[in-house]
Design a binder for this molecule. Structure first.
Ligand SMILES: Nc1ncnc2c1ncn2[C@@H]1O[C@H](COP(=O)(O)OP(=O)(O)OP(=O)(O)O)[C@@H](O)[C@H]1O
Ligand SMILES: [Mg+2]
Length: 236
């Protein structure tokens, strides 16, 4: 079985008498250790899909599994525990805590899960900061570093708990093209270094070339594996 399995996932939001279909029977498997992106226009269902994978929302129909765990069956507390132990998150707007240093921002998820003794915590924080190239900036606050550097810190924060999966909803939307490219390249490097599976969304077709697998999404439907359609070099 693949690390992530989505089986006929549908999601309908109901607001008063208005129904809005966000996902329509999305079926997809994601292998461990891959960098996978969902590319689609505004309103296509990207955030909805990532929220379901992130145990922040439940599908109206269908089943989503990560590492065999049926996400829809988790209660609130179980979902929170699952997120803390198995998932990392990177956000479009970085979401660093402004009063904490770079070091403290990266340490924060370890303090939340309360399972890592102090010496190991320090070792892990320093290791991921070094991996993303931000060790020299560890004592700065977020307002003292650039947008690209903030997102590097956010990547380190997502990885510090050693999650199986890192989910990122438009992680490069607030970055210029070159910086966006570098963040995706960093994800690849982290995938290689830690074996982490990365799933990210974007509406920018230009930044997808470094993903292993590119799924197009439109109006809540997967429109096909874009990388396979573009590349098409399948030799036996
Ligand atoms: N909480 C909600 N209540 C009602 N409708 C919603 C809600 N969240 C999303 N939708 C609707 O579901 C559809 C998919 O939205 P979603 O946010 O998943 O798209 P998206 O691809 O992330 O878009 P964007 O690129 O603008 O972030 C849209 O039609 C949207 O209006
Ligand atoms: Mg969105």
């Amino acid at each position: 079985m693949a690390l992530i399995e989505l089986d006929h996932i549908s999601k309908t939001y109901v607001t008063g008498e208005v129904e809005s279909v966000a996902l329509r029977e999305v079926t997809v498997s994601i292998e461990a250790g891959t960098l996978v992106t969902f590319v689609g226009p505004s309103g296509s269902g990207k955030t909805t899909l990532l929220n379901i994978l992130g145990c922040m929302d439940k599908p109206t129909a269908g089943e989503a599994r990560i590492d065999g765990t049926l996400l829809g069956s988790l209660g609130r507390r179980q979902a929170a525990a699952f997120r803390g132990e198995h998932l990392g998150f990177i956000f479009q707007s970085f979401n660093l805590i402004p009063v904490l240093t770079v070091y403290e921002n990266v340490e924060y998820p370890l303090l939340v899960i309360r399972k890592t003794p102090a010496p190991e915590r320090r070792e892990r924080v320093l290791r991921v900061l070094e991996a993303v190239g931000m060790l020299d900036h560890k004592d700065k606050r977020p307002d003292q570093i650039s947008g690209g550097q903030k997102q590097r810190v956010a990547v380190a924060r997502a990885l510090v708990t050693n999650p199986a999966v890192v989910l990122a909803d438009e992680p490069t939307a607030n970055l210029d093209h070159d910086t966006a490219h570098r963040i995706i390249t960093l994800m690849r490097e982290m995938r290689d270094a830690f074996g982490t599976t990365f799933v990210f969304s974007t509406h920018d077709p230009r930044i997808v070339e470094h993903a292993d697998v590119v799924h197009g999404i439109e109006d809540g439907r997967l429109t096909g594996n874009i990388s396979a359609m573009q590349g098409g070099h399948h030799h036996g």
